[in-house]
Design a binder for this molecule. Structure first.
Ligand code: BES
Ligand code: MN
Ligand code: ZN
Length: 497
């Protein structure tokens, strides 16, 4: 999709469609409809006063051959109550306009700008890109093929200031990064093997000028990553990979070095503690944490914040092969801590444990992990909100603030010494499960045991990784949730001008 500014007067802008929004509660309508010429404005007001268009959010009405305009039609978009209007809604409205037109075979839309600040502008662009995504890659007659050609930002005759161009670029970078994450998550596990995930990461890194290194089974064992290896050894087909990507901008301070660690289980069968077959196919998405981190890396490689970042993605299947680890086994993690395996389906925390140890060895001074870690977090928060965990108040708060600014729902759940006894082991240092009660908390705390004194924040995205329902502004399927928050957090480290 091409995204560009159009600076001709609105009346002269020739496009198959122009989108304008109006609010619900304003008496004679208001919103970008007010920027249209008087004649067409009164037509739109008629639609509103007759109740044909109420202005409720995501309500769409089409007005054909509007008087005095070069455009073939106007897509009138309901923007809801004015006092509830914000950049997040704007992102969704722009996206919904794209999907609404696409469903009727449209491929071009000019979105009339209001008094949008750079943040709002970026959100519009991002929304259009996110909306144009469809997960039906392998269908021979694809919706995705119906992709949009042009999304124009119509200034209505005004020139485009440099900061608006920069906002467009930022919106594009963010939208593309999330779609990259969604693509990775969407792939079935016979395609998205650990090898393939590493290849996609390598490609991305090369394209955006990041340093990338991929470790294989020999190196993983040589590094004594006993916990990661325990999970990996049950899979025959596809050798495990540890993906390491470095972003080292010139002139960045020595510290902090942010570690972004993403769970990369390309298929989670549960292992010997095998999962029930119902919904097991969803476990192709168990590398969403890794995909989130790779998406965030793609964005920051282009946005260039002044901070060092190292991304680690331990990638493997969790399979019940003849060589698989078994319940009751005791393994030694890279940190030296011994772990009793009570359930081989609690594999995410194991691959993350060793990755956290390695991240500290590589010099990370802050650890942020994202993982589809527990069913329990979905019981607690549904699939709307990501669970946030960590001992370090400062970094937890930074994440929560970034999520809030980025318009992603995240919510802190507690970690507390009192939960520790739930994952005690009678034979080893700790056990890999803490039972059903507080399952998201004990899983998070298990990972935290491997962070040492390094500030650490854990994001449990088991619920938010995937949308079970379509929305007006996005397809059902992979969401890319988390990318925006991490990029928001990291771009707070402002580049030196
Ligand atoms: N990958 C799953 C968690 C999950 C469940 C993600 C549903 C997305 C949707 C994880 O590896 C797992 O199996 N967790 C177990 C832990 C239990 C064995 C302690 C769970 O949540 O049931
Ligand atoms: Mn599992
Ligand atoms: Zn898993």
């Amino acid at each position: 999709m091409k995204i560009e500014f159009r600076t001709e007067p609105l009346s002269q802008l020739s496009s198959p469609a122009l989108a304008a929004y109006c609010f619900e509660d304003a008496p004679s309508g208001s919103g970008t409809v007010e920027r249209l010429p008087a004649e067409v404005r009164s037509q739109l007001h008629q639609l509103q006063s007759s109740g044909e268009h109420t202005g409720k959010a995501f309500e769409f009405t089409i007005l054909r051959w509007p008087a005095g305009l070069a455009a073939a039609k106007i897509l009138l978009v309901g923007a809801g109550k004015r006092e509830k209007f914000n950049p997040s809604l704007l992102r969704q409205l722009a996206g919904a306009a794209v999907r609404n037109l696409r469903a009727r075979g449209g491929k071009q839309l000019a979105w009339i700008l209001g008094n949008d600040d750079p943040g709002a502008l970026a959100a519009i662009v991002e929304g259009a890109l996110l909306a144009d995504y469809d997960p039906d890659r392998y269908r021979t007659e694809r919706n995705g093929e119906k992709g949009f050609d042009n999304f124009w930002l119509a200034t209505g005759g005004e020139a485009v200031p440099a900061e608006a161009e920069a906002a467009l670029a930022r919106g594009r970078i963010l939208g593309e990064a999330q779609n990259f994450t969604r693509d990775l998550v969407n792939e079935p596990s016979n395609q998205m093997t650990p090898t393939q995930l590493a290849e996609r990461a390598t490609e991305m890194a090369a394209r955006f000028g990041l340093e990338c290194e991929v470790l294989g089974p020999e190196e993983i064992q040589r590094l004594k990553m006993g916990a990661f290896w325990a999970v990996a050894r049950g899979s025959q087909q596809t050798p495990a990979r540890l993906i390491v990507i470095r972003y080292t901008p010139a002139g960045a301070p020595e510290q902090p070095v942010i570690g972004l660690i993403g769970k990369g289980i390309t298929f989670d069968s549960g292992g010997i503690s095998i999962k029930p077959s119902e919904n097991m196919h969803e476990m192709k998405t168990d590398m969403a944490g890794g995909a989130t981190m790779l998406g965030a890396m793609q964005a920051i490689a282009q946005l260039k914040p002044r901070v060092k970042v190292i991304c680690l993605v331990p990638a493997t299947e969790n399979m019940p092969g003849g060589n698989a680890y078994k319940p009751g086994d005791v393994i030694t993690s890279m940190s030296g801590k011994t772990i009793e395996i009570l359930n081989t389906d609690a594999e995410g925390r194991l691959v993350l444990a060793d990755s956290l140890t390695y991240a500290q060895q590589l010099g990370c001074t802050v650890l942020i992990d994202a993982a589809t870690l527990t069913g329990a977090v979905m019981i607690a928060l549904g699939n709307i909100t990501t669970g946030v965990f960590g001992w370090n108040k400062d970094w937890v708060n930074r994440i929560l603030a970034a999520a809030n600014a980025a318009g992603e729902r995240m919510w802190q759940l507690p970690v507390d010494e009192d939960y520790r006894e739930l994952y005690k082991s009678s034979i080893a240092d700790i056990a890999n499960t803490g039972g059903r009660y507080g399952g998201a908390i004990t899983a998070a705390m298990f990972i935290g045991e491997f962070a040492g004194d390094t500030p650490w924040v854990h994001l449990d995205i088991a619920g938010t990784r995937w949308a079970n329902e379509e929305k007006p502004y996005r397809a059902k399927g992979p969401t890319g949730h988390g990318v925006r928050t991490l990029v928001e957090l990291l771009t707070k480290f402002v580049p030196e001008s």
